[in-house]
Write a protein that binds this ligand. Sequence first.
Ligand SMILES: NC(=O)c1ccc[n+]([C@@H]2O[C@H](COP(=O)([O-])OP(=O)(O)OC[C@H]3O[C@@H](n4cnc5c(N)ncnc54)[C@H](OP(=O)(O)O)[C@@H]3O)[C@@H](O)[C@H]2O)c1
Length: 309
Amino acid sequence: MEAIVYEEFGGPEVLRQVRVEDVHAGPGQIRVAVRAAGVNPVDHKIRNGWMEAAFPTPLPATPGVEFAGVVDETGAGVTEFAVGDEVLGRSATGAYAEYVLADVGVVARKPEVLGWAEAAALPLATATAVRVLDELEVSEGETLLLHGASGAVGSAAVQLAVARGATVVGTASPANHDYLRVLGAVPVAYGEGLVKRVREAAPQGVDAVFDVVGKGALADSVELRGGTADRIATISDPDAAHFGVAFSAGGGNSPDEGRRLGGYAQAASVGGLRIPVERTFPLREAARAQELSEAGHVRGKLVLLPGEH
Ligand SMILES: NC(=O)c1ccc[n+]([C@@H]2O[C@H](COP(=O)([O-])OP(=O)(O)OC[C@H]3O[C@@H](n4cnc5c(N)ncnc54)[C@H](OP(=O)(O)O)[C@@H]3O)[C@@H](O)[C@H]2O)c1
């Protein structure tokens, strides 16, 4: 099968499209013909070798942690899915490829009307957003400050927090403020003067802070929480411990992830949840897609389409 592979850590130039051995579904797994693969910041972080201390990656490696596609092989004991089913989920092997393996517990059926790219944009962003909103115990009537509200995880978190009845103050550059209003957030520009702007936007105070982007907003966050790191979480800032802030890492799959993902896919299919796909690329342009992702200003998600030439 065709796949994007890198044999050494480094910049986007280490990515090559090559033929590799076909993968086959093990027990409890399905093999999926990939129609769309989400591009995530973690892909370039792993490729650069920055994640080696936490998650060592054996080389050669294929990037990609989420997909949408068609089941074309089922492993022993799989009763939940059959060949021909249209699905989306998190992958056990690199999703920048023609075929991917996935554990059935983190896969859901794709509603027919949901596009391939829009489906591939959902799994990581929704799983991460709901995990952190649960950890922060964000609930009805509360105010959540969200740093990095216009990326994929941020977009999901705005909508899921608003659905819980929370008020969301979301940071982004002014070019994304109308977008955030449409999602249901009160937009605020990031950078110098943030504390003052958030106080003006949320005179009632901030009950919890979700730092998605990890670009130096933790000191301001502690100040806005009245000097405590309680109910502040980051998924990206390496300085979390310095501020006494909880770092929320992914990893273990939640036992009902596939069921939840099915619910988000249904919601997305009727316009009730939206992770916009900023741009799609054919598989051979994976390096260009990662370059744009690494630049850090994608609205929603970038997606690779392995079937497109
Ligand atoms: N620990 C975990 O479990 C986990 C899971 C998933 C993702 N992550 C991490 O979470 C981060 C977010 O990922 P993502 O896919 O949502 O998107 P992303 O590509 O990192 O975010 C893009 C968005 O960030 C905004 N942005 C850039 N600089 C900003 C700043 N200083 N303040 C506020 N917003 C800023 C941009 O808005 P503008 O264009 O308006 O600047 C853009 O819309 C990544 O670092 C990723 O690796 C961690």
